[in-house]
Ligand binder design. Structure first.
Ligand SMILES: *Cc1c(COP(=O)(O)O)cnc(C)c1O
Length: 391
């Protein structure tokens, strides 16, 4: 019954589906082929070329961030963010368990340990009150170091994530970070084009990471970027992501252990083409979300996920949350939606339930578990706007 009503709400919004309507497809505007062709014609397809610089400049203009450094993917971007925030081996980083696994993987790649904190019950993002409570409970200053009294590890940073594109209560989180003198690193992988109080996500903390993976709102095939207001950190990010090579016309001199994380030029070319039309892409996604919200309005059993007040979301992935008493039929609804050719998925499984993260420290995670059991994402590509318009 409910499953049929939900399928109907999706059908009313985006029309019949003869073939599978994907959850999220890339939008590659007409200029893409011209820019990529130019890379091929000139031979500048790899680690040097003008598109990387152009892409970084356009990104910093779009987000308002003083600097943007393009890298191979969002996970690598996040790993460098932690390293640049001073995270060291055996440190702990507070982050949500309700995220894509990459948040915790990037922490592990630094040799550090994720410490999982619950999310807000409807907002799905790191809860400032839970963060504060947990830090007060387990934090203690020992020889000038702020440590977890239960594990003895240094607490080195806080990393919230802007979930499905919807901004976290980033000011609330920042206030807690400031009180405990912890650097804020934002996982803004999903939130390019999302704002809190008019300021782009990823610009509230010390440094942040964006992803341009194939399913994100802008894709370079694979790619990511580091955003920061701090020129010194941005220069360090560039240096670390380009094998720490000291600039010289012919000498190969490297002054520290570093990474080959630079985004190739041909990927940056794809990014430039999409950045030119990103405002229109986001406007399209916001209209699709409005249309879904309207169709779901009369369904009392579910809540369509909308941007928190005081924020503007890119509505990267649309979704709805089942009221608790309907949680048991989540999979029945997933079956019905997919059978009707509307590709739909639950949220990620909580990171702390994976074998490699099961033993790491965590606070209570009730909201995380509850939201994961009740949330379903539905087709969200910007191209769906043409389906909407033709109805
Ligand atoms: C996509 C994503 C990442 C990682 O990005 P990749 O480019 O796939 O490495 C990190 N965190 C979150 C929350 C993401 O959704």
């Amino acid at each position: 019954m409910l499953a049929a009503k939900i399928v109907d709400a999706v059908r009313r919004t985006i029309g019949d589906a003869q073939s599978l309507v994907l959850l999220h497809e890339p939008y590659l505007p007409p200029n893409s082929s011209q820019y990529v062709q130019e890379c091929i014609d000139t031979g500048w397809v790899s680690s040097a070329g003008a598109y990387v610089t152009k892409f970084e400049k356009q990104l910093s203009e779009f987000t308002g961030s003083a600097r943007a450094v393009a890298v191979v993917n969002g996970t690598a971007a996040l790993q460098l963010c932690f390293q640049l925030a001073g995270v060291q081996r055996d440190d702990e980083i507070l982050c949500p368990s309700l995220s894509f696994v990459a948040t915790a993987n990037a922490i592990s790649h630094c040799g550090a340990v994720p410490h999982f904190i619950d999310v807000e019950p409807t907002r799905m993002t790191l809860c400032p009150e839970e963060l504060e409570k947990r830090l007060s409970l387990i934090g203690r200053t020992e020889n000038g170091r702020f440590v977890n009294r239960e594990t003895g590890r240094r607490i080195a940073a806080v990393c919230p994530m802007h979930c499905l594109g919807h901004p976290a209560d980033i000011q609330g989180i920042l206030d807690v970070c400031n009180r405990f003198e912890l650097p804020l690193v934002e996982d803004a992988a999903e939130s390019l084009g999302s704002y809190c109080a008019g300021k782009h996500t990823g610009r509230f903390g010390l440094i942040s990471a964006v992803s341009f993976n194939g399913n994100k709102i802008l894709t370079t095939g694979g790619g990511g970027a580091i955003l920061t207001e701090d020129a010194t950190l941005a220069d360090r990010a560039k240096h670390l992501s380009t094998t720490a090579k000291v600039a010289h016309p012919w000498e190969f001199y490297h002054d520290e252990v570093a990474y080959n994380y630079r985004l190739p030029n041909i990927n940056a070319a794809l990014g430039c083409a999409q950045l030119e039309v990103l405002s229109e892409t986001i406007a399209a996604k916001r209209r699709i979300a409005d249309a879904y919200a309207e169709s779901f309005r009369t369904l009392e059993e579910v809540d369509f996920i909308q941007e928190p007040s005081g924020t503007t979301s890119n509505y990267w992935l649309n979704g709805f949350i089942l009221r608790p008493k309907h949680a048991s039929i989540r999979d029945e609804i997933l079956h019905a939606l997919n059978a009707a050719n509307y590709q739909s998925r639950p949220l990620w499984q909580p990171i702390h339930t994976f074998p490699m993260y099961i033993h790491y420290p965590r606070g209570p995670l009730e909201n995380t578990m509850s939201l994961c059991a009740r949330t379903i994402n539905i087709p969200s590509s910007s191209q769906l706007l043409t389906r909407l318009a033709s109805r």
